[in-house]
Ligand binder design. Structure first.
Ligand code: ADP
Ligand code: MG
Length: 590
């Protein structure tokens, strides 16, 4: 071709067209698992085994006990747009199966080496079909019990660019784990078993009770604490029924990835519905914390359009507002009805009047509980951390400040040459700890504290996977962890800053932080985790501080490189300049 002169228009060869189409359906190994398991569910299976090797790059095998495919239809199932689930465009209005596009098998076969073994219960023998890059290379009769086994090997072998861009084995595993445990929640009657490289990683009990699945995924402590959503008859009349579980306000995570949504048995990503859940916790959770939830919405099939996205992860509602309201109300009603102490973790937002009273009430208790948090302040004689110079205006150094007093047990009032400063004690302490921790990390000097007794913890496979994937980075921050397989970790040491905290909470925080950052490489991982550790370690709002403690904290803050924001980017202080004060008091004039 000569540059600038376009090629003539031609229909693409079938092989190229099917590879392009395949790319939309099969993005990564977890999409293969998703499509195959959905087919098994549609086939009425009650027992599904998923065996993954090398995070899916090696092979993915899905074995089910469903209806199987009659011998004379097996090859047809691999044609593009071939499906047993949809006949006419009218049917699109009332889809009750997970599949309907008739694309998945064709797409997966086009980009892998695939073996499909199946037997319909009505037939005496089964069929085995072998395809490579979408071409049938073998088809013969075989004996097997009713059901289907699909084995996908060498995914993307004929799309080297796609194969090259697959993430690490760990990351792919994590996607598969997350996706499969979600489906286990939506189908508690299913027995779903997952193996990674020959080792069982997860099994759902198949008892039909969602609570049992939650315990299998999150462990007894968390799974047992989740609150079952109260059924709402009025909403059901409207057409949207909401079931599932939400966390009590005392249980929360650092990001929203623990909110799982299903609509008519289909896992969906929907920012609005996620927000509906979060909103139900309005004023009940500390800032920057999110609930855990499994929300199962059922609607008449005509109320949703599932045909929006090739991977079927997005849907459209006829009446999105009604669904939003139904979810938000169901969650809120559950919290109000079932939550043990609804307001326990909530700090009053009205300020300062209320906060002062609140602080007064709590004062004794806080003082009594007052372990020496100043122990957590780095000693002053360490000298300046060797960090890069301030990059922007927010990083302007602070003038020397004089502490005046404390407000609402939450803010430090200070005076400087340019007026008054209100410093958020928690945010300020977070900043101090964060800069120190990163500076120590550079020198490989982060203080680590061994637990009196090494502790084994069972974590959700996803969290454990994330931590295992980042052992080195975590080690540099003072975590000493050893993976024991199947979501179990042996904890030997924690960063000294959080050595007194509940190790499970600390690890879940770290995992949640890692889950947000999808690029677990180098510096960034460590910063994300450090931020979370410092957040937990920093002095809380509501803690009464002595004058000495406040002076110490402000002195530390003055030495920070970016004293004006906390590591999460929120301000550590509000500044009222002398000018502003004068204006407010009507003192300005000629
Ligand atoms: P869709 O699920 O959208 O119909 P697929 O390409 O995923 O399209 O599958 C094509 C057809 O193959 C299905 O409609 C179904 O009839 C058959 N099929 C696929 N997997 C299975 C299975 N595990 N058990 C029984 N039938 C299956
Ligand atoms: Mg399908």
């Amino acid at each position: 071709m000569i540059a600038g002169i376009p090629m003539s228009i031609q229909i693409l060869p079938e092989e190229v067209a099917s590879q392009i189409a395949a790319g939309e359906v099969v993005e990564r190994p977890s999409s293969v698992v998703k499509e195959l398991v959905e087919n098994s569910i549609d086939a009425g299976a009650s027992d599904i085994r998923v065996e993954v090797r090398e995070g899916g790059k090696g092979s993915i095998r899905v074995v089910d006990d469903g209806s199987g495919v009659p011998a004379d239809q097996v090859e047809l199932a691999f044609e593009r747009h071939s499906t047993s689930k949809l006949r006419s465009s009218d049917d699109l209005e009332r889809i009750t199966t997970l599949g309907f596009r008739g694309e998945a098998l064709a797409a997966i076969a086009a980009v892998s080496r695939l073996t499909f073994t199946t037997r319909s219960a009505a037939e005496p023998a089964g069929t085995v079909l072998r395809l490579e890059g979408g071409k049938v290379i073998r088809s013969e009769e075989t004996g097997r019990p009713p059901g289907t086994t699909v084995e996908v090997e060498d995914l993307f072998f004929n799309l080297p660019a796609r194969r090259k861009f697959l993430r690490t084995e760990r990351t792919e595993r994590r996607h598969i784990d997350s996706w499969l445990t979600s489906y286990a929640m939506a189908y508690p009657g299913l027995r779903l078993t997952l193996y990674h490289d020959g080792e069982m990683a997860f099994q759902s009990p198949g008892s039909g009770h969602l609570r049992d699945v939650l315990v299998a995924v999150y462990g007894l402590e968390v799974g047992g604490a989740l609150l079952e959503i109260v059924p709402d008859e009025a909403q059901a009349m409207d057409g949207a029924r909401v079931a599932g579980f939400v966390s009590p306000p005392s249980l929360h995570r650092a990001n929203r990835s623990y909110i799982t949504l299903f609509v008519n048995g289909r896992w969906v990503r929907d920012t609005r519905l996620t927000y509906a859940v979060i909103q139900a916790y309005h004023t009940l959770l500390p800032g920057g914390r999110y609930p855990l939830a499994v929300v199962l919405v059922s609607l008449p099939a005509a109320g949703v359009d599932v045909n929006v996205h090739p991977a079927k992860a997005e849907i459209r509602f006829k009446d999105g507002d009604a669904v939003f309201r139904a979810v938000q109300r169901a969650a809120r009603a559950t919290l109000l009805a079932r939550s043990p102490v609804p307001m326990a973790t909530h700090l009053p937002s009205a300020w300062p009047g209320q906060a002062t009273t609140w602080a007064g009430q709590r004062r004794e208790q806080l003082v009594a509980a007052g372990a020496a948090w100043t122990d957590r302040l780095p000693a002053l004689d360490h000298g300046q951390p060797d960090l890069p110079p301030p990059a922007d205006a927010r990083a302007r150094p602070l003038p020397p400040l004089r502490v005046v007093g404390q407000l609402g047990a939450t803010y430090i009032v200070a005076e400087g040459p340019e007026g008054m400063y209100l410093v958020d004690q928690h945010a300020a302490h977070e900043r101090v700890l964060f800069e120190r921790m990163l500076a120590d990390r550079v020198k490989a000097e982060v203080a680590s504290q061994a637990l009196l007794e090494a502790k084994t913890l069972d974590l959700p496979p996803e969290s454990a996977g994330l931590l295992e994937e980042n052992l080195q980075a975590l080690l540099a921050l003072g975590f000493d962890l050893e993976p024991f397989g199947r979501g179990t970790l042996l904890v030997r040491a924690l960063p000294a800053l959080v050595a007194e905290e509940d190790p499970r909470q600390v690890l879940e925080d770290a995992a949640a932080a890692l889950a947000v950052d999808d690029r677990p490489l180098g510096e960034r991982v460590e910063e994300t985790v450090a931020r979370q550790v410092c957040k937990r370690a920093a002095v809380k709002a509501g803690k009464v501080l002595s004058h000495e403690e406040m002076r110490e904290l402000i002195a530390q803050l003055e030495r920070c490189t970016s004293p004006r924001t906390c590591p999460h980017g929120r301000p550590t202080m509000i500044h009222l300049s002398v000018d502003q004060l004068a204006r407010q008091f009507g003192r300005e004039g000629p």
